[in-house]
Design a protein around this ligand. Structure first.
Ligand SMILES: C[S@@+](CC[C@H](N)C(=O)[O-])C[C@H]1O[C@@H](n2cnc3c(N)ncnc32)[C@H](O)[C@@H]1O
Length: 445
């Protein structure tokens, strides 16, 4: 494909993504499935442009709105503005790409020509009057809420959220494979990795590569998983012989860690409301060689089976649905998916889910509340409200103690958590943003 054809593809994908509620990754997959002629270099360049524009969206739109020419930016205008502001192309060079020839974007219309002259000489980050929240690509309602948790670190955290995430893999704990041997095996397949600093099962690559065709993957030895998610799962302390519930198991990212640590002894009950995700969880647990994972699709409202299981579990993971503000590195479009109004709905759901998960914990058992959100409302807000109501039954554990007693030692020196809470951030830990708090059902005197 020519550079102009790649730009046309980026415009089409951005248009589709605007009208499609699915994550942009899925839109890209669908687009390329219908265009098999696009080679790997084309796909890479198109993905870079689309993801790059999404990572720069607030700044691009700010420049466009300041031009006073357009009310609502279109995909074409965003691509054009990106060429001028980021690639710093001249109007003439941009015009050569928007040539209107076959497979190239149509030639500029009147509005676009006016935008070209309004943006002349401007660069993406070169305007001192750009508001701070725009500079770090964050909706105002999120930016304001992060001040109390991140203080002076807020902009550094959000800028780190704008970078591409490293490609983290996890070795299956069940196989007790030597991490170095797996690392060497991957290197022979052309994937260079290094051990992650905290998780003893993690390997990290700077390069993102499909692993589905690798024997190590097909044999269930490796999976893709951010190191932060690995840490969150490890901190629950699942061990052989335990009864463990994974509430909100989804496609089983954390289930696989819990089941692997339990060496197929005891039981993991994977619960979720999504049938499709639980099916994917089944495929993954089979590939991982786990026989002790049972899956159950939760009924809407209160679930009869879960009710009967009250007080039966040694460990319960509540990996609650959330705004995903901690995952913006890999889902740049997620920044703009949720609104302030959605937050109230999410926190109400999280409170209900925490209550339901808590019901399953036996006396002396543990409950992990985990989100991949940075927002205090979804994290300590939910746990504090729960403890205010049920503080006579549950107490928070000191996160450093939990970290230190984790059966499989975590690396990276001292626990980066404080008090009862662990917060992981890309700018400090090079993980996605995560929140973890571990509660214990108070044993009888
Ligand atoms: C953060 S994701 C879980 C990710 C998963 N634990 C992993 O590690 O791959 C949250 C999950 O909550 C599920 N969910 C949404 N509403 C729920 C509810 N009311 N009860 C239980 N699960 C729910 C979603 O289907 C989604 O799979």
């Amino acid at each position: 494909m020519t550079p102009a054809a790649r730009l046309l593809a980026a415009i089409e994908i951005l248009e589709e993504a605007d009208a499609d509620p699915r994550p942009v990754d899925r839109v890209l997959e669908g687009y390329f499935r219908q265009r098999r002629y696009a080679g790997s270099k084309d796909r890479h360049a198109i993905r870079e442009r689309v993801f790059g524009i999404l990572r720069r969206l607030a700044r691009i739109d700010w420049h466009l709105s300041r031009s006073n020419v357009v009310e609502r930016p279109t995909a074409r205008l965003r691509v054009l503005a990106d060429l001028l502001l980021t690639d710093e192309l001249t109007a003439k060079a941009a015009g050569e790409l928007f040539s209107g020839e076959r497979h190239a974007p149509a030639a500029f219309g009147e509005t676009e020509t006016r935008v070209l002259s309004a943006l002349k000489g401007a660069t993406l980050d070169g305007s001192p009057d750009m508001p701070a929240s725009v500079r770090v690509e964050t909706p105002d309602w999120v930016y304001d809420r992060l001040e109390p948790v991140l203080g002076d670190d807020r902009d550094a955290a959000l800028l780190a959220m704008g970078a591409e995430a490293p490609f983290d893999l996890r070795i299956n704990p069940l196989h007790k494979a030597d991490r170095e041997a797996v690392r060497e095996g991957l290197e022979k397949q052309g994937l260079v990795t290094e051990p992650t600093p905290f998780s003893p099962f993690g390997l990290r690559s700077k390069e993102r590569k499909p692993i589905d065709a690798l024997k190590l993957f097909k044999d269930g030895l490796i999976e893709v998983q951010d190191e932060g998610a690995q840490i969150a799962a490890l901190l629950l302390g699942a061990a052989p012989g335990m009864q463990v519930a994974d509430y909100c198991a989804g496609a089983g990212g954390k289930t696989l860690v819990l089941g692997g640590l339990m060496e197929n002894k005891g039981r993991v009950l994977a619960l979720d409301t999504s049938k499709g995700r639980l099916e994917r969880c089944g495929v993954r647990t089979r590939r991982a060689g786990l026989h002790n994972v049972e899956r159950h699709e939760l009924a809407e409202g209160s679930d009869r089976r879960v009710k009967r299981l009250a007080g039966k579990f040694d460990r319960v993971m509540v990996d609650a649905p959330c705004s995903g503000t901690g995952t913006w590195r890999r889902n740049p479009d997620a920044r703009w998916r949720y609104t302030e109004e959605d937050l109230a709905e999410l926190t109400a759901l999280q409170a209900v889910i925490l209550q339901r998960g808590a019901r399953l914990v036996k006396t002396g058992g543990r409950l992990a509340y985990v989100t991949c959100s940075l927002l205090p409302e979804e994290n300590e807000g939910v746990v504090d409200a729960f403890l205010a109501e049920r503080g006579d039954e549950f107490r928070s554990l000191d996160i450093a103690e939990v970290w230190n007693e984790t059966v499989i030692p975590l690396g990276g020196g001292a626990c980066p958590g404080e008090g009862s809470r662990l917060r992981l951030y890309p700018h400090r830990h090079n993980t996605d943003g995560f929140f973890v708090q571990i509660l214990e059902r108070i044993p009888a005197e």
